[in-house]
Write a protein that binds this ligand. Structure first.
Ligand code: CO
Length: 460
């Protein structure tokens, strides 16, 4: 019987896509034992925006969250998403930070690390992949899927070969915008299977309505696994539904390995959680509607809603069409980067600025300048030479791996934090998100002070 691995994303991508990663651990602690019995290949539960959100909004220690999840999911692999040299942040970190972060993730319970680079510059995932393998983890190399005049099957197959040669145990096609059509998926999975031996996992979103069909074609082409979300947290900008896909694949002769009665139990648990987020306005039903426009503009649904919000805030929503027309032009000028964090934000903001100022590149964002300097890696295509000249002047573009010019960060950060850090993990949180981590440490100190006062009083 053909097999299909299912990765459940409710604890990471689904909640990141639908409710801005605002789910505290109390909202899912009670379902973890059931999730462990579902028969998932893995549960994506960490990485992406969860780390930032724990510190920034939820006053939770992300490392403690990871250990707690692991203590319940004893038989199911834990999976995380890592932004290569950016780890879980928005800039490039030093190699020592990346190595320590990856090693600590595995030591604290992570099994599979899905590692990507926003530009598909594989030099930027090499350190993380190497650290993951050395720590005994499963390194899943990732191709960010995008559409552009320069992205084609040949380019993707070459990326796949590079991932295989790095020693990764599997490969993921990451369609963050949900724009990969069923046929494109079939062709890509088939081409990769011919060229490399690694099992292929497909990740998409239901944003444009293609997701369910794309997964069926992924199965037909021989993909090893797909990412789904429990039904009440599925659809729209989230993943296609776990129950519906496994129901369908089962009839088509695939063994997904899941216990469907248990899947229902898991979903029943999340229904009231979802309802509460809907009632307090965090869950906006807008995210569930099908955004076929994203196929025309070829920009991710999440980016589209960001642009709308940005323009509304500026009182310039009448400029939306102009910004939507400018976005692909900026992307072309920048050598067609895939529109994934942090590139989607850079391109969107620059397009908005170009339109609002009435002159292209009158003002160039700091990050865009860093990108043009080569600090994020190699652009997939050629950056507009006029733009390069404007930003760099006589300065030379960085062609090597930028991280090599970053000094080790850990010793300095540890010194800065002093006694405020309770562990080396605190130091890593601080390097990744300095202000958010400091805020969290303060809150934690306060809570601990309260607890100890209370305890002393009781003893007396
Ligand atoms: Co995603």
């Amino acid at each position: 019987m053909k097999q299909m691995h299912i990765t459940e994303t409710v604890l990471r991508d689904a909640q990141q896509s639908l409710i801005a990663t605002r789910m505290p651990i109390e909202d899912f602690l009670g379902v973890l034992d059931d999730m462990d019995k579902c028969g998932y290949h893995s549960v994506e539960c960490w990485g992406g925006a969860t780390f930032d959100s724990c510190l920034r909004y939820l006053e939770e220690d992300p490392w403690e969250r990871l250990r707690t999840i692991k203590s319940h999911l004893k038989n199911t692999k834990l999976q995380m998403l890592l932004r290569g040299q950016n780890i879980l942040g928005y800039r490039h970190y030093s190699d020592d930070t990346v190595r320590r972060f990856v090693t600590a993730s595995i030591e604290n319970g992570m099994d599979i690390i899905r590692i990507f680079d926003a530009l598909n510059d594989m030099r930027n995932i090499r350190t993380a992949v190497d650290a993951c393998l050395k720590a005994g983890g499963h390194a899943q190399g990732t191709i960010c899927y995008t559409l552009s005049p320069i992205h084609n099957l040949e380019m993707y197959v070459n990326l796949g070969k590079e991932i295989e040669s790095m020693g990764c145990q599997s490969i993921c096609i990451k369609d963050m915008a949900g724009i990969m059509s069923p046929q494109e998926c079939f062709d890509l999975v088939s081409a990769l299977r011919k060229a490399i031996k690694l099992p292929i996992y497909v990740h998409t979103h239901a944003t444009t309505g293609l997701g369910y069909m794309t997964y069926l074609k992924a199965a037909e082409a021989g993909a090893a696994g797909i990412d789904c979300a429990t039904s009440c947290m599925s659809g729209g900008t989230s993943q296609p539904a776990t129950e519906s896909l496994t129901y369908t694949l089962d009839q088509m002769g695939y063994d997904c390995g899941v216990d469907r009665a248990r899947l229902k139990k898991v979903n029943d648990f999340f229904v009231p959680v979802q309802k509460r987020f809907a009632e307090n306005g965090t869950f906006d039903p807008y995210v569930l509607s099908t955004k076929a426009d994203a196929l025309t503009y070829q920009i991710p649904g999440g980016m589209l809603s960001n642009l709308v919000a940005q323009l509304k805030a500026q009182g310039a929503i009448d400029k939306l069409d102009a910004v939507l027309a400018e976005t692909p032009r900026v992307r072309a000028d920048l050598g067609y980067p895939p529109l994934v964090t942090p590139m989607s934000q850079m391109v969107g903001v620059q397009a908005t600025v170009n339109v609002l100022l009435g002159e292209r590149y009158k003002n160039i964002g700091k990050e865009v300048k860093s990108y043009i300097r080569g600090e994020y890696g190699k652009a997939p295509g050629e950056i507009n030479p006029e733009l390069v000249q404007k930003v760099l002047g006589d300065e030379k573009m960085i062609t090597g791996r930028y991280a090599e010019s970053i000094e080790p960060e850990f010793p300095q950060a540890k010194k800065e934090l002093g006694s405020r850090a309770q562990s080396d993990l605190d130091v890593l949180s601080y390097i990744a998100f300095p202000q958010q981590a400091e805020h969290y440490f303060e809150v934690r100190d306060l809570k601990e002070a309260l607890v100890s006062r209370y305890t002393i009083k009781e003893v007396i």
